[in-house]
Design a protein around this ligand. Structure first.
Ligand SMILES: [Fe+2]
Ligand SMILES: [Fe+2]
Length: 129
C-alpha cells in the first residue's frame, strides 16, 4: 500500500493492507464467477470487521466526526454488498478493472487520516502510548 495511505496505527494499517489485497484478487477474478463470489464474501466480512474496529475506537475517544465517518463506511459497504445479488454490468466491470477500490482509498485519504490525526493528538493528551 502506498505510503500516503499509512495512518501509523498498526492494527488499522494492516487491516487496510489486507482489504487492499482482497480488492486486487477480486479485480483479477472478474471472469471467474465462483472465485469472484467467494472473494466478495471475504471482502464484505473484512470490511465489516475493519469498520467496526475503527468505529469502536471513535466511540471510545468521543470522536466528533463519528457520524459522518460511519456514514461513509456504510456507503462503501452498500456498494460492495450490492455486487452480491446481481450480475455485473459493463459499467461495474469497467469500474472494477480501472479503479476497484477507489471509494475505499478515498476514504482512507480523507476521513481515516483525519481520524488518525485526531487520535494522535488525544493519545498524547491522555498519555496513551
Ligand atoms: Fe479504514
Ligand atoms: Fe474509516
Amino acid at each position: 500500500m502506498d505510503s500516503k495511505y499509512i495512518l501509523n496505527i498498526t492494527e488499522l494499517d494492516s487491516q487496510h493492507e489486507e482489504i487492499e489485497t482482497i480488492f486486487i484478487a477480486l479485480q483479477a477474478a472478474i471472469d471467474d464467477k465462483e472465485r469472484w463470489h467467494a472473494l466478495l464474501e471475504n471482502l464484505c466480512e473484512k470490511l465489516k470487521f475493519h469498520f467496526y474496529a475503527e468505529e469502536s475506537i471513535m466511540r471510545v475517544f468521543a470522536y466528533p466526526e463519528y457520524q459522518e465517518h460511519r456514514k461513509s463506511h456504510l456507503e462503501i459497504l452498500k456498494t460492495v454488498e450490492g455486487y452480491r445479488n446481481r450480475d455485473l454490468t459493463e459499467a461495474d466491470v469497467a469500474m472494477l478493472r480501472d479503479h476497484p477500490m477507489q471509494l475505499f482509498l478515498e476514504q482512507i485519504l480523507t476521513q481515516d487520516l483525519r481520524f488518525a490525526a485526531f487520535l494522535n493528538r488525544n493519545k498524547e493528551r491522555l498519555g496513551i502510548q
